[in-house]
Write a protein that binds this ligand. Structure first.
Ligand SMILES: Cc1cc2nc3c(=O)[nH]c(=O)nc-3n(C[C@H](O)[C@H](O)[C@H](O)COP(=O)(O)OP(=O)(O)OC[C@H]3O[C@@H](n4cnc5c(N)ncnc54)[C@H](O)[C@@H]3O)c2cc1C
Length: 424
């Protein structure tokens, strides 16, 4: 990407993927125009777990100092039986995670992550962010790409060397370049709320779990994940049940009885916590098949636009961050856009597909019943915390490939997992 037009990038969407991509491209010296349909970047979403594969990149991009004051480094991931509340196992995090995976494991509110990304982006004059600006159409040309942007009813065309579709699960860019399959409802609902530790619900939580850990309460019909956010003052609760499609949007209204029904036969203390917490909103989980194409002439899809996944491996935002940083590294300093995009897509797909499979496995194991649940519990009991951590090296120890060493032919691409510096 050497001439002026081709050294510019248009990004649709200023979520985690779009903001990370903007920072990464600008650091390579490219000028970035970032269009966000929302009138302003609002506090939206709930808690996120950010594993070391993501925080390592955020550190490289200079985002971590902006983020750390709002985060918590959880001591461990603790799995508990939702019926007895007994701990099944604990995977140590905290200092151990940092030592093993060379970057912190953090929990944070999504709004705090977005704020930290925005603060970092604002420090770079190569990035121009326009809010209230929706990308509505895309035209591909011989030497670049053009997008139509709708700002308050006024449509104008902008062109660049590359268009990055970071516009989420209902991506307009994906639809316009007709690359990959549409999103689909997975049949699962996420129920989310946050509680303050000094409220009755916070005290009820402190009575059944450790407030400085990520806790997963497991049951055959649901599971509930809890962890501290907002510098440890609040606990993020998210429960998962089966459910009906309620909306093609992040959150909507659903009958709380679905959650209560899924929780019958669980511990009365856990049910009391859910009652006391209140304020539950339902989030229908939509996914995008990660095997569809993520690129077209002059365009690439990243994050949920390319591969929205169920959150059972807690990796959707982390994969968006990896996609964005690797895309910028791969194509910023090279004229061979098409080949580079192809290698990038192939390598990212290997990685993302493995993560999607891991999420499906977690769901299966966490919702196990009867003898399968007994076998799971025995497996967890026999495995040392060190072994459980080692099982995650491929995921949390992943590092960006060195862009200078990229071999330009897709068939010669080295699986990204082999690039992990973490010793197994
Ligand atoms: C219940 C739940 C729990 C989760 N937990 C975790 C976790 O613990 N860890 C983790 O890593 N991930 C987690 N995730 C996943 C994570 O939230 C998503 O993968 C991540 O936010 C996707 O980021 P994105 O930037 O790709 O998309 P989005 O966050 O959806 O951002 C897309 C942006 O594009 C804008 N936009 C859309 N269309 C247009 C357009 N045409 N023009 C301009 N702008 C547009 C939107 O307004 C939005 O701002 C979870 C998800 C859920 C539902």
């Amino acid at each position: 990407m050497t001439d002026e037009r081709s050294r510019s990038v248009i990004i649709a969407g200023a979520g985690v993927a779009g903001l990370t991509a903007a920072i990464a491209f600008a650091r390579h010296g490219l000028s970035v125009r970032l269009y966000e349909q929302a009138p302003q970047l609002e506090a939206f979403g709930a808690g996120l777990q950010l594993s070391p594969n993501a925080t390592h990149i955020l550190r490289e991009l200079g985002v971590l100092p902006e983020l750390l004051p709002y985060t918590v480094r959880p001591r461990a991931v603790e799995l508990r039986d939702a019926g007895t509340l007994k701990m099944l196992t604990a995977i140590p995090l905290g200092e151990m995670a940092e030592k093993r995976w060379k970057a912190p494991y953090l929990v944070v509110h999504r709004a705090d992550l977005q704020r930290a990304l925005l603060a970092t982006a604002n420090q770079n004059t190569r990035i121009e962010l326009k809010t209230g600006a929706r990308i509505v159409n895309v035209h591909q040309h011989a030497n670049g790409i053009e997008a139509s942007v709708n700002c308050a009813g006024h449509v104008s065309n902008v062109s660049a060397g590359l268009l990055v579709g970071a516009d989420g699960v209902w991506s307009a860019v994906r639809n316009a370049v007709r690359t990959t399959a549409p999103s689909r409802f997975t049949g699962e609902l996420a129920w989310r709320t946050t509680i303050a530790l000094d409220e009755p619900a916070g005290r009820a939580f402190a009575g059944i779990a450790n407030t400085d850990a990520v806790t997963a309460f497991l049951h055959s019909r649901f599971h509930l994940i809890a962890y501290p956010i907002s510098a440890g003052t609040k606990i993020n609760l998210v429960a998962f049940t089966k459910g009906e499609r309620i909306a093609d949007s992040w959150s909507g209204n659903a009958d709380i009885k679905i959650l209560a029904q899924a929780m019958r036969n669980t511990s009365p203390q856990l049910r009391k916590l859910v009652d006391l917490a209140g304020g539950w909103t339902a989030w229908p989980l939509h996914s995008v098949d990660s095997n569809g194409a993520w690129r077209a002439k002059g365009a690439a899809l990243i994050g949920d636009a390319a591969h929205a996944m169920t959150p059972f491996a807690a990796q959707g935002a982390a994969m968006a961050i990896e996609d964005a940083a690797m895309l910028a590294d791969f194509i910023a300093n090279d004229d061979e856009l098409a080949t580079r995009l192809s290698v990038w897509e192939q390598r990212r797909k290997e990685r993302v597909n493995k993560v999607v499979r891991r999420g499906a496995l977690n769901h299966l194991a966490w919702h196990a019943a009867g003898p399968v649940a007994l076998a799971r519990n025995l497996f967890l009991k026999l495995r040392s915390p060190e072994q459980l951590a080692a099982d995650l090296d491929w995921l949390y120890g992943w590092r960006l490939p060195e862009s200078g060493s990229v071999n330009d032919t897709p068939s010669a691409a080295v699986p990204t997992d082999q690039k992990s510096p973490v010793k197994k």
